[in-house]
Design a protein around this ligand. Structure first.
Ligand SMILES: O=C(O)CCC(=O)C(=O)O
Length: 281
């Protein structure tokens, strides 16, 4: 099956107040811009030290911590980043925020994946935000993206389901483009973007803030794949759901807005490369 590139993103697609950034987002699936000043970066680094300290695991994610830690982390990151993000992107809400940290280790590469669907992407454009608190380069745990791959999005991506093209890793890897950034810049990416990050081979821990923004009129959902059959249920969820509850524990009794087959189409590498070449933009 050939997936045709979407000619445009929905009406709520972000403009970033800058037509060239909006075009780059449409074409590549991400943009990078300045967000925080040095004092705000230092504040968030102190928050990380106070809440997390020196984690034992090579890759630390707030997402896998106790709910109280997740809520405390979300509140602290939100208070610093949300005013800045809203200045850049009016009428957005933050669904959740957390830390992603990498110790210095060759074992800290993050494999190619997409982030889960949390809104109907035909109607609304969500954004993953990622803000490093130190400069990042290919040698120090920077993000990498496959340009245009966010438009390969003809299916919902349920939470906790493995990336469906893991077996294509060797063919996808050469398409990854590194995204070096300065401390305090923000990467704003479509969650459907095929992305990864390099191992941190630098001199110190790499800490980044990560989270999701949605248009403020969007219906936020939890897309859950059934255990027994390849079907995805889309559950509308209340505000704060991704901060206050562990979604995997809490879908009983939630309404269902839609059902989808979980059948990602086979990967057509030529079509994916054409998306990245900006063929349709
Ligand atoms: O922080 C990283 O290195 C990777 C983060 C990422 O890809 C994600 O949170 O989806």
């Amino acid at each position: 099956m050939r997936v045709e590139p979407a000619p445009t993103l929905p009406p709520s697609a972000p403009t970033f107040g800058d037509p060239s950034a909006a075009r780059a987002f449409l074409r590549d699936g991400w943009v990078v811009t300045d967000l925080l000043d040095a004092e705000e970066v230092a504040t968030l680094a102190r928050v990380f030290d106070a809440i997390v300290g020196a984690p034992a695991e090579p890759i630390y994610s707030s997402w896998s911590q106790a709910l109280s830690v997740r809520a405390q982390t979300d509140a602290a990151i939100r208070s610093v980043t949300l005013p800045r993000l809203c200045a850049l992107l009016p009428r957005r809400e933050m669904v959740f925020a957390g830390f992603m940290a990498k110790a210095v280790s060759p074992d800290t590469a993050f494999p190619i994946h997409q982030d889960p669907t949390i809104v109907d992407e035909e109607r609304w454009t969500p954004l993953t935000f990622w803000v490093p608190l130190v400069a990042v380069e290919p040698e120090t745990g920077c993000m990498q993206g496959v340009p245009g791959s966010h438009r390969w999005r003809a299916f919902p991506r349920p939470a906790f389901r493995a990336f469906p093209y893991q077996h294509e890793d060797a063919r996808l890897r050469p398409l990854l483009r590194p995204i070096p950034m300065r401390a305090g810049q923000v990467l704003l990416a479509h969650p459907a973007l095929f992305h990864a990050s390099t191992p941190n081979l630098g001199a110190g821990r790499r800490v980044a803030c990560v989270g999701t923004l949605v248009p403020d009129d969007a219906e936020v959902r939890y897309y859950r794949r059934r255990e027994t059959e390849p079907v995805i249920d889309a559950h509308p969820v209340p505000s704060g759901f991704y901060v206050r509850v562990r979604p995997e524990d809490a879908t009983d009794g939630l309404p269902v807005a839609g059902r989808f087959p979980d059948q990602p189409p086979p990967l057509d590498l030529d079509a994916l490369v054409a998306l990245g070449a900006g063929a349709s933009v």
